[in-house]
Design a protein around this ligand. Structure first.
Ligand SMILES: [Fe+2]
Length: 295
């Protein structure tokens, strides 16, 4: 494997947690700096007032707020609601969010489907979703990072998933939010090599990483639940992701079945350890290369 040697920015070493309502009190109780950033779904926070708004104001004083959308339906057939996009742009500007991401999926078709559905892997769909990503980037005045999703029932596939993702990224000229748990889950459910898939993604477009736990339904079926601790194969894939694309702000996704906050903080410490080990590997390679030049 090639280790990506690049100058690491302070932001690239951030380890974050999802801003979820059941965690609000415990997040507010953490000392500044314990959690590197928080990520929220704008869909759940735009227009919110009262105590939740006050809590968000308190938290944003100590944490960069990353935003991860749920309902844009990038691959969907219906025109975007530009009133919503204007409101979203104002929300992202107000929070000065370092990264806005959405799922490479669709979730509406003559109404909300309440799920993130996989887009058919076809040339026509590449052109369709890339044009819509460009429309969103223009409307929001910022680059969009799209996330590789987990999926179960595979739609029509004229090309491989990896080719579909890479074609969309190139045609839309957008960024990638790399979810290593989704790669692991899909690799088991759809029978492919997770590491090979990861290494075929364009390292230069990655702007953030998600890591999460999942539910083991059967030996050949994993459910992307975000409701359990991260398992070793996913940690190993995160380490490989750092070697592939350098350090990136990394979010631990936990959406239900919340353990004591100390367990989530332990998982953030694991992320920090993997980042440190990556930097050690890069430093060792540089030393070996320098010695080889002098020999
Ligand atoms: Fe994710």
């Amino acid at each position: 494997m090639t280790l990506r040697a690049q100058p690491e920015s302070p932001e690239s070493t951030l380890c974050g947690l999802g801003l979820r309502r059941p965690l609000l009190d415990e997040l507010l109780a953490q000392p500044a700096g314990r959690i590197g950033f928080l990520e929220l779904a704008p869909d759940n926070w735009i227009g919110v007032g009262g105590k939740r708004f006050e809590a968000l104001q308190q938290l944003r004083a100590d944490h960069p707020i990353y935003c991860h959308g749920l309902s844009l339906s990038l691959g969907g057939p219906e025109p975007f609601d530009h009133d919503y996009l204007r409101g979203l742009r104002g929300f992202l500007d107000e929070l000065q969010t370092p990264l806005y991401s959405e799922h490479l999926s669709y979730c509406s078709d003559e109404g909300q489907l309440y799920d993130l559905m996989p887009i058919p892997f076809t040339d026509e769909a590449v052109r369709h979703v890339a044009a819509r990503i460009s429309e969103v980037q223009d409307a929001l005045g910022r680059r969009l990072a799209v996330e590789n999703i987990s999926y179960y029932a595979a739609p029509f596939q004229a090309m491989a998933e990896i080719d579909f993702i890479n074609a969309v990224l190139a045609e839309a000229d957008c960024d990638l939010l790399l979810d290593v748990n989704n790669i692991h889950v899909n690799s088991i459910n759809h029978g492919y090599d997770a590491l090979g898939f990861l290494q075929a993604l364009p390292a230069g477009r990655v702007r953030g990483i998600h890591v999460a736990g999942h539910f083991v339904e059967a030996v050949d079926l994993r459910i992307d639940s975000h409701g359990a601790a991260v398992i070793d194969p996913v940690w190993n894939l995160l380490a490989a992701a750092y070697d592939h694309c350098g350090l990136q702000p990394t979010l631990l996704e936990r959406d239900f079945n919340f353990p004591p906050i100390a367990e989530l903080l332990d998982e953030l410490d694991t992320i920090a350890r993997l980042q440190h080990e990556h930097l050690q590997r890069v430093a060792t390679r540089r030393t070996v290369t320098a010695h080889a030049r002098c020999a």
